[in-house]
Design a protein around this ligand. Structure first.
Ligand code: SF4
Ligand code: SF4
Length: 378
């Protein structure tokens, strides 16, 4: 077996790579176009990737439009993230059945095949790392998540373009994959060529690449990949100044901006649903009418739902002001105390999918720039 660290593959080579993953028993999940968006779903062939489509992003704005080339990864992010796969929105935890006066409880086992992800952006690699800290840490491990995560094979795609909503560079999470992947692709496309520079990130990735007919990449290929990475950096539409931000947010619970945001925020929870790091859940029990069967389900929840903070007779956060403040300060400040990193990877999804066009970078900057004396606020 060859032990190359980089190679150049064609679109045909990418098809071979997907086939090789299928032969190893993986269910391959990648980008595909559906309902006017690019979503992550089962892809059985290269033909299902969104060739020739790109995305426009802005506050409260997302549209697909045609590209003037056939790029397969010529978009940035869609409304899905990989948390749909690793931390599904709805999952049965157990079933109970009454029989002969006894109750038997059967925990749900995940029997789905191992997953291979194609097209994971650097911001989303960092988001997966953040969710690992939540779900796979020994002191509060979710075994279901851990099993899916350990088996997952990850093919990253380095960003060669960025959008107005992107700010991964300021969060130190992109645009180039810097770990957590098995293979990383950079799409090299112009009038004369359509290739992928492949870089190895793990032994598993190296073994898979060894099965595919692929010549070595040249220095010119690497140089082009570097140039495209710089282009993505230069197109980044936003930034978040994180220096001292944690202290500023934690020290400003009475800032008037919280009320001002609340006058625009619909508390719709979109931002938490599209965010690749948000992880809140609730559990729901159900029984059938004859009382013989019961089930417990885990579902995504959101800190924007008043019921999420309901504790014995009332909600801890009864106003939109309190709920937005909880979301932003948890994401950008308390998360660092809990997990050692910011909860934001700068993917920009919460900006594009906020129906009110609320921009997390703008709101954080407004809070950080003025400290309000708590003793003088009502
Ligand atoms: S807070 Fe917004 S920009 Fe940050 S990771 Fe979540 S969705 Fe992406
Ligand atoms: S910030 Fe935007 S997306 Fe989030 S709850 Fe408010 S209106 Fe909805």
């Amino acid at each position: 077996m060859r032990t190359k660290q980089t190679a150049l593959i064609t679109v045909r080579g990418l098809a071979d790579l997907i086939q090789a993953l299928h032969h190893r028993g993986y269910a391959v999940i990648g980008p595909t176009r559906r309902d006017g968006a690019i979503v992550y779903d089962r892809v059985d062939s290269v033909g299902e990737l969104p060739a020739g489509w790109t995305d426009e992003h802005g506050p409260g704005h997302y549209r697909l439009r045609r590209r003037d080339d056939d790029a397969l990864f010529g978009y940035v992010v869609g409304p899905n993230s990989w948390k749909q796969q690793l931390h599904p929105p709805r999952r049965r935890l157990w079933r109970a059945r009454r029989s002969d006066g006894k109750v038997e409880i059967a925990p749900q086992r995940d029997e789905s095949p191992p997953l291979a992800f194609i097209g994971v952006r650097s911001c989303d690699l960092h988001a997966i790392d953040i969710q690992d800290r939540v779900f796979a840490a020994p002191e509060h491990r979710d075994e279901d998540y851990r099993a899916r995560r350990e088996q997952a094979f990850i093919v990253a795609v380095n960003c060669t373009e960025a959008r107005q909503s992107c700010f991964c560079a300021s969060m130190g999470t992109g645009p180039r994959a810097d770990g957590g992947h098995d293979l990383a692709l950079t799409e090299l496309i112009d009038a004369d060529r359509h290739d992928f520079l492949v870089e190895v990130g793990s032994e598993r990735g190296q073994a898979l690449l060894g099965e595919i007919a692929a010549p070595d990449a040249s220095e010119a290929d690497h140089e082009l990949a570097r140039r495209l990475g710089k282009r993505a950096l230069s197109q980044m539409g936003r930034g978040l100044d994180t220096e001292g931000l944690k202290e500023r947010l934690q020290g400003n619970p009475e800032h008037p901006r919280w009320a001002e945001i609340a006058s625009r925020c619909l508390a719709c929870a979109n931002c938490t649903m599209v965010c690749p790091t948000c992880f809140c859940t609730s559990v729901h029990d159900s029984t059938d009418l004859d009382g013989q069967h019961a089930e417990r389900w885990l579902r995504w929840d959101s800190c924007f739902n008043p019921e999420h903070a309901y504790v014995h007779g009332g909600s801890l956060r009864p106003s939109t002001r309190a709920r937005y403040r909880q979301w932003l300060t948890h994401k950008l400040a308390h998360w660092i105390d809990q997990f050692g990193v910011s909860g934001c990877v700068g993917c920009g999804r919460c900006i594009s999918w906020c129906p009110a066009g609320i921009d997390v970078t703008e709101e954080a900057a407004a809070i950080r720039n003025v400290t309000v004396d708590r003793s003088t606020t009502p």
